[in-house]
Design a protein around this ligand. Structure first.
Ligand SMILES: [Zn+2]
Length: 474
């Protein structure tokens, strides 16, 4: 049983220190969130699991970490300055700003004509007095150096809206220094920024977010096969970390939804909105796997010319084509791109792990059945009697013994029933309890989060026992 809705997770996240509204003491900022002590751990765990799977456990992928603020020309030639925008509409009656492509349009007409014909209503006030849609660029503008960009256009820069472009402009740097032959990939994790018109739904869509992207370079003609391969790999990555396949599906983007660079894009969707009546509306994007063709490498190259022989990119100093030694051919590789959001993945993992269970006393208990790899805390050491100094001392020693091997906490601020419930609620796979008996037999009780079953384990064997059961890879 996953969480009934995102709101349930948002409340739990705030109450337990996963996610707080950003700068809440000043009233917050729309769609900005701060990650607390447990939130930073689960985010790091998701990123580590992705990096290990994508980079360490393969033979064909390198990592990179590129700048957030880059030369503006990157965004000129990537097409983002011209086309990275949402169609924006204003309601003249209530002044709300709306995304034209998200408005309910049952007229059968294209959205521009439907608005002009008065067939589209403002979802906030019901008025049909809407402006014509106009493009609104989603990139955050900033300036580099002390002169305002209004006075000196060369000072204009953007916060990157995707990590991918940092990879494309370094394609040859990586290929040469790592001596790579096709096919190979470059992976990056980092923050990106999009000035979304309508962010929302907790951490589902935010203006500042963290991406995990990998660009996989292949020979043209082999792109479709690799595309299918990566769709399957990515789907299995999520289920391998505990997402129920029943709550995942593949979504083929129709031609009108495709980004300007894409030949085909398949989204892995998660059932983020199970409360919605219409089944079709319950799903939204978790990860996108795009075939970007040779669009980006070509666009950033000084080589290509148009029909009149004019260089398409007069600013680039490099040709980003690839020379195949074996076939003596030169060409622009095609690119398959699996792109996921860290924050949105965390939300899916939290929603899917959420379960409610009845305790022996008939109380409702929340248990987060997170995969051990993702759980913020792996083990909690709890003394059964906190007024007994020998028990407390022994419990603290056990905590220190375990902490180099796994994330461990100590807690003695409540009775044992409440301590267990707290750990269940944040997804801690194991609790270790030190009791009176422990002082004599040098053994402790290990309790399982999912079954609530307890076993007695010798302290000398405890680290190995937990390591084996947690089966952590990093
Ligand atoms: Zn309105």
């Amino acid at each position: 049983m996953p969480a009934p809705n995102i709101e349930t997770i948002a409340q739990l996240a705030k109450r337990r220190g996963f996610v707080f509204p950003s700068a809440e003491i000043y009233g917050g900022l729309a769609s900005s969130w701060d990650y607390g002590p447990l939130g930073v751990e689960i985010c790091n765990n998701v990123k580590r699991a992705w990096w290990r799977w994508m980079v360490y456990e393969r033979d064909d992928i390198e990592g990179i970490d590129t700048a957030i603020i880059m030369n503006r020309l990157v965004w000129k030639y990537s097409g983002h300055e011209d086309t990275f925008s949402d169609p924006l509409v204003d309601c003249r009656a209530c002044k709300s700003r709306l995304r034209a492509d998200k408005l309910e349009n049952h007229s059968g007409l294209p959205i521009e004509q439907a608005i002009a014909a008065g067939a589209v209503k403002c979802p906030n006030c019901g008025s049909t007095d809407l402006t014509e849609p106009r493009p609104f660029n989603l990139m955050f503008r900033t300036q580099v150096g002390p002169v305002a960009a209004e006075d000196d256009p060369s000072a204009l820069a953007y916060l990157r809206p995707e990590t991918a472009q940092g990879i494309f402009v370094n394609f040859l740097n990586v290929q040469r220094t790592a001596r790579r032959k096709l096919p190979f990939g470059i992976a990056q994790i980092g923050k990106s920024f999009r000035n979304e018109v309508t962010p929302g739904n907790f951490i589902f869509r935010t203006r500042e977010f963290e991406q995990m992207e990998m660009e996989y370079f292949v020979r043209p003609g082999e792109d479709e096969r690799w595309h299918d391969y990566w769709i399957e790999q990515c789907f299995n990555w999520y289920t391998g970390l505990g997402l129920d396949p029943k709550n995942l599906r593949l979504y083929e983007q129709p031609p009108e939804e495709l980004a300007h660079y894409s030949k085909r894009t398949v989204d892995i969707q998660y059932r983020f909105f199970p409360e919605r009546e219409q089944e079709e509306k319950q799903w939204d994007e978790l990860m996108g796997i795009a075939n970007r063709t040779d669009f980006d490498l070509r666009a950033h190259s000084k080589g290509p010319v148009d029909a009149e022989g004019k260089r398409l990119n007069p600013d680039s100093t490099e040709d980003l084509s690839y020379f195949d030694e074996a076939t003596r051919e030169r060409f622009y590789p095609y690119v398959i791109e699996p792109a996921a959001g860290v924050n949105r993945s965390v939300l899916a993992f939290l929603m899917d792990a959420y379960t409610e269970k009845e305790s022996e006393r008939g109380e409702k208990r929340i248990v987060l059945r997170l995969h051990p790899e993702l759980a913020p805390i792996k083990v909690a050491v709890l003394p059964l009697a906190k007024n007994k100094p020998e028990i407390v001392r022994m419990a603290k020693e056990i905590k220190r013994m375990l902490q180099p091997a796994m994330r461990t906490v100590y807690d003695d601020t409540a009775g044992i029933g409440k301590l267990y419930a707290r750990q269940d609620e944040i997804g801690t796979p194991y609790c270790v309890t030190v009791d009176h008996q422990s002082l004599e037999d040098e053994a402790v009780t290990v309790r399982d989060r999912d079954t609530w079953q307890q076993v007695r384990v010798k302290v000398a064997e405890l680290t190995e026992h937990l390591k084996k059961r947690l089966n952590l890879k990093c």
